[in-house]
Design a protein around this ligand. Structure first.
Ligand code: ZN
Length: 345
């Protein structure tokens, strides 16, 4: 049995992505074989394609962490799933048996991994994954929208709910609202009853953020956003800042927090060496949280809110699987708002 896939044999630019025929993956006794129907892109795909320090892949590699599809077959030990069940996959991999996994802290597992990053992903007609990563697709959700959910909403959920513990009425400032995690975090923070302020370099993206419920917007190309946020908060500061920008914004993010405020980060796209004013940290009693992906429990809590219609994935556009190169080009240019999804034939 063979399948169509988009794969690469060496790291590099967009041109390394090739349409290929590969064997359908073997199904282990604890695995589910999923017929992929839609797969969404993440910035992670671009980083993995280009190559990451310490990441040694078995070639050819298949990208794709965000997957929705149907059960095609199940391993001998798997119960509860049947062929044609509509499913969505949690991209966070763990051993499932260590003390951390058993405690529900599976994203601290030493065997932590991500589908599409450390193992082959979903730019293909089939993928075999551990059964514990398979969840029922929320009712009524089309595959293309479902694929836009897992990585960004699970990441945003852990940042807002578990790490920052956002409470109703608090002000959450999200930097760079065009990104997938940012637009997901906007909705999660709103679902928690928070007020959301956002920054972007594009008025168009700020306008879209307003339609998603952002109440204050700051264009960092037109004003000193840190000073503007401080002023707008009545010189009190905001309760929480989500900063995935990194070096370029870090010191301003800390300065815009109120006493007892929290900063959460899951990335540093402009570089990792932000300046931290330690006086500010102890005097204002700030808390800084790092966050990566989510636990199985957080994934489940997040999906429940999708089922209830409180979180609705933002899809920028849907392309055919063969359009993977075009999709990467679009994501690299950062012109999108929300997710770019590939439909798998
Ligand atoms: Zn483990």
């Amino acid at each position: 049995m063979h399948m169509k896939a988009i794969a690469f044999y060496e790291h590099g630019g967009i041109e390394v992505l090739q349409t290929v025929e590969l064997p359908v993956p073997d199904v282990g006794r604890d695995d589910v074989l999923v017929r992929v129907r839609a797969v969404a892109l993440n910035h992670l795909d671009l980083f993995v394609r280009e190559g990451l320090p310490g990441l040694h892949l078995t070639m050819p590699h298949i990208l794709g962490s965000d997957i929705a599809g149907e059960v095609a077959a199940v391993g001998g030990e798997v119960t509860g799933w049947q062929a044609a069940d509509r499913v969505i996959l949690n991209p966070t991999l763990s051993c499932g048996t260590c003390a951390l996994c058993l405690r529900g802290e599976d994203n601290y597992c030493r065997q932590f991994g991500v589908i599409g990053e450390h193992v082959r992903g979903g730019y293909a007609q089939y993928i075999a994954v551990p059964a514990r990563n398979v969840y029922p697709l929320p009712r009524g959700l089309p595959f293309a929208e479902a694929a836009a959910i897992p990585l960004v909403y699970a990441t945003a959920w852990r940042m807002i709910v578990t790490q920052a513990q956002v409470r109703p009425g608090e002000v959450v400032l999200i930097l760079g609202i065009g990104g997938g995690v940012s637009s997901a975090a906007l909705q999660v923070a709103r679902a928690m009853g928070a007020e959301v302020w956002v920054t972007s370099g594009s008025d168009e993206k700020l306008e879209k953020a307003r339609t998603l419920g952002a109440t204050q917007t700051f264009n960092y190309r037109q004003e000193d956003w840190g000073a503007a946020v401080w002023k707008r908060s009545g010189k009190r500061g905001v309760d929480v800042v989500l900063d995935n920008v990194g070096e370029a914004t870090w010191s301003s993010s800390l300065r815009t927090l109120r006493t007892g405020g929290r900063l959460v980060t899951c990335g540093a796209t402009t570089g990792p060496q932000g300046i931290t004013n330690i006086n500010l940290v102890f005097w204002r009693q700030l808390q800084i949280f790092g966050s990566t992906m989510s636990t199985q429990g957080e994934f489940q809590d997040m999906l429940r809110q999708v089922e209830r219609g409180r979180l609705r994935p933002v899809v920028d556009r849907v392309l055919p699987l063969e359009g993977a190169q075009t999709a990467h080009r679009l994501l690299e240019s950062s012109e999108q708002f929300g997710k770019i999804v590939l439909e798998v034939p």
